[in-house]
Structures are given as structure tokens and as C-alpha cells.
Write a protein that binds this ligand. Structure first.
Ligand SMILES: NC(=O)c1ccc[n+]([C@@H]2O[C@H](COP(=O)([O-])OP(=O)(O)OC[C@H]3O[C@@H](n4cnc5c(N)ncnc54)[C@H](O)[C@@H]3O)[C@@H](O)[C@H]2O)c1
Length: 348
């Protein structure tokens, strides 16, 4: 029987059925006899199968993105937070301002809260129509109530809460009064607790509630020069873990992020000291301090539908700081630098 192979051209073949039911042919052009299939045909079929698998995989991604409400943008980018309303504390400066800007760029409507209302207003104005702001003292329950009321007067729901407001006093045990300790805990630890209490019902109602608490590497190892701050950051770390199950039963995720040395108004005064000592970047594996926008990406991931199975997790974003044994500290000690000033950045 004479056949024409569409891949290899005219052939003369002996056609018979294979065990698996496919058609066999032989081709004089190939110089082979009784081959199960010509090589050109086989390669082409393999390519077609590969292409088909790619088409199926891409189609599945597009369908899943559609189901999660993620509209596609050009250049492979997606608006990860499209349609979400996210409350961000401490948004008038540094890391909080960067989180607000990134979340808005990712499609969220952001509500900025800060003790410094003027700063929060400026940041919101710079972000544009996706941002609004309001004065907020995270340490005051009544202030939280009016902040949440304001958010709900402007938006129909709340999907996310980022507890970022924080203070650092930079004192040793001897220098820290009981009053100072209570104040730092009230802002850095009780503040996030009050925020979660104030928003939990709305987060529950949203069906995809996500809370991100900004801790610190000072919640992984204590800072001898910043007793109250380190204690408060261990507190927010503990609060996060303690709430995982209770909030999980409401479908709310809660995670914490641990920044290392990030260049913000909080940390800059300390860094002037460290740059004199030359010790700061040497302790960071990547050899530099971080930018606020290098924290906001991790936070937006945790707020997004890409992190639907993340809860109770601790995300260290420190350029490798806490992965390195601080041998440098020894050389600073031998240089005669006072010990209570040697160590990680006070606000870290
Ligand atoms: N900068 C760093 O190196 C670093 C490292 C680790 C963790 N952090 C944490 O990141 C968070 C942001 O710090 P940052 O570096 O952007 O500091 P920042 O000083 O630039 O910003 C902190 C913001 O919190 C606001 N704030 C203070 N008290 C408040 C209150 N009672 N109610 C509402 N807002 C209040 C301030 O007005 C300010 O706008 C803090 O929780 C801080 O502990 C910072």
C-alpha cells in the first residue's frame, strides 16, 4: 500500500496495526523497514503534545485568576489587591507609607491612619484617588472605633488590616522607666490588639480577611539597647501566634513580618552612629540597609489571594541580618565602643 506521510513526504509503506492500535508504516526515504513510526512524525507529535500542555496550563492560570477576581494587566502583572479595602496604621511615614502606596498600586482602596494626621494626609494625597486618611491613635480604643467608622462610611467592607504604627525609645534597663515600658507596649503591642478587636467583625464578613502585623528582628533576638521596644515586638509576635486558631475559625488569616534595618525616619538617627562605627552594613548579608518598599511587597503578598494558605507565618525580610553570627560586634567592642550602643539598630 502506498502512503504519503504529511511530515516526511511521499512514502511507500507496509501498513499494519500496532499492538496499541496505532498505524505503522515504513518509508524507503528513511532507509528503514518495519519501523513503528517515522522519526519526523514522532517528533512533530511530541511537539504538538508539548504545545497542547502549555496551552492547557496557561488556560488554567487564566481561569484561576478569573475565579480569584484578579484582572490581568500588561507585561504579566496582576492587580493582586483589586477590590480590597485595606486599613494601614502608621501610614504617615516610612514603612507604613510604602505599604499604602504599594497596596494602592496593586489595586486596593487604602485607608491610612496615623497619629500624625498631617503626614497621613500628605501620603494619601500623593497616592491619589485610591487613598483616604484619618487621624488615629492606635493606643486608644475610642480612636480605633472612629477610624473604623470612617473607613466604613467611605467603603462597603474591610478586607485587610496592617498594624504598622510603632515607636522606639532606645533605652537600656537602667534608663527605661515603668511608665516608658507601659507606653511602648501600649502602642506597639496593645495597639495592634485593639485594631484587631475593632476590625474583626468586618474582616470576618469580608470572607477573605487578612491581618499583617509588622514585628521586627528585635522579636527574634532581644536588643540590649532598646528593652521596651524588643519586649513589645516579642509581644506582637506572640499576639499573632495566639490568634491564629481563633481567627482561622472565622476565615481570617494573620501573619507577621520581621523587617531588618530599613531606612526610615525611625531608624536614621541611630544609623548616623553606626555609619561612624562602620559596623551597620557589615552585619547584613546583602551589605546594605533595606528600603521601605522592600517590606511592602511581602506585606501585599500576605494580603493577597496568593497567600490564602499562609497564616501564623513569620516572614523575615532583613537582607540576611539574622542569619549571620555578628562577629563584627567583637571588633566594635575591642575598638572601645560602649557596649550598650553596640548591636542592631534600636528600631530594628
Ligand atoms: N525602620 C526599621 O528599621 C524597622 C525595623 C523593624 C521594624 N520596624 C517597624 O516598622 C514599623 C514602621 O516603622 P518605620 O521605620 O516606618 O517608622 P516611622 O517612624 O517612619 O513610622 C512610624 C509611624 O507610626 C506613627 N505612630 C506612632 N505612634 C502612633 C500611634 N500611637 N498611633 C498611630 N500612629 C502612630 C508615626 O507617626 C509614624 O508615622 C514600626 O512598627 C517599626 O517598629 C522598623
Amino acid at each position: 500500500m502506498v502512503l504519503v506521510c504529511v511530515f516526511c513526504g511521499p512514502i511507500q509503506a507496509q501498513v499494519r496495526s500496532c499492538d496499541w492500535g496505532a498505524t505503522e508504516h515504513t518509508s524507503p526515504d528513511h532507509g528503514l523497514s518495519a519501523r513503528p513510526m517515522c522519526p519526523g512524525l514522532l517528533t512533530s507529535i511530541k511537539r504538538l503534545i508539548e504545545l497542547w500542555n502549555i496551552v492547557v496550563a496557561v488556560t488554567q492560570c487564566v481561569r484561576q485568576a478569573g475565579r480569584r477576581g484578579i484582572p490581568h494587566r500588561g507585561a504579566g502583572l496582576t492587580a493582586r489587591l483589586e477590590g480590597q479595602v485595606v486599613l494601614i496604621t502608621g501610614a504617615g511615614s516610612g514603612i507604613g507609607a510604602a505599604i499604602a502606596a504599594t497596596a494602592a498600586r496593586e489595586g486596593a482602596q487604602v485607608v491610612l491612619g496615623d497619629l500624625n494626621a498631617e503626614n497621613a494626609r500628605s501620603v494619601a494625597a500623593a497616592i491619589g484617588e485610591r487613598a483616604i486618611s484619618r487621624a488615629l491613635d492606635v493606643g486608644e480604643e475610642s480612636s480605633w472605633a472612629s477610624f473604623v467608622d470612617y473607613a466604613l462610611s467611605e467603603h462597603p467592607r474591610i478586607n485587610g488590616l496592617v498594624n504598622c504604627a510603632g515607636i522606639a525609645t532606645g533605652h537600656s534597663l537602667e534608663e527605661t522607666s515603668g511608665e516608658e515600658m507601659a507606653h511602648v507596649l501600649a502602642i506597639n503591642t496593645v495597639g495592634p490588639f485593639l485594631g484587631i478587636k475593632a476590625t474583626v467583625n468586618e474582616l470576618r464578613r469580608s470572607k477573605n480577611g487578612s491581618i499583617v502585623n509588622i514585628a521586627s528582628c528585635a522579636a527574634l533576638a532581644g536588643l540590649r539597647s532598646n528593652i521596651a521596644y524588643a519586649t513589645s515586638k516579642f509581644g506582637i509576635r506572640g499576639l499573632t501566634k495566639a490568634l491564629v486558631h481563633e481567627l482561622g475559625s472565622y476565615g481570617i488569616r494573620i501573619n507577621s513580618v520581621f523587617p531588618g534595618y530599613i531606612d526610615t525616619p525611625m531608624s536614621r538617627p541611630e544609623w548616623a552612629d553606626y555609619s561612624v562605627a562602620g559596623g551597620q552594613p557589615a552585619r547584613v548579608a546583602l551589605g546594605r540597609t533595606g528600603r521601605p518598599d522592600e517590606i511592602s511587597g511581602a506585606v501585599c503578598f500576605l494580603l493577597s489571594a496568593e497567600a490564602t494558605y499562609c497564616t501564623g507565618a513569620e516572614f523575615v525580610v532583613d537582607g540576611g541580618l539574622t542569619s549571620v553570627v555578628p562577629a563584627r560586634e567583637d571588633s566594635l567592642l575591642s575598638s572601645g565602643r560602649p557596649t550598650d550602643n553596640v548591636g542592631p539598630c534600636r528600631s530594628q
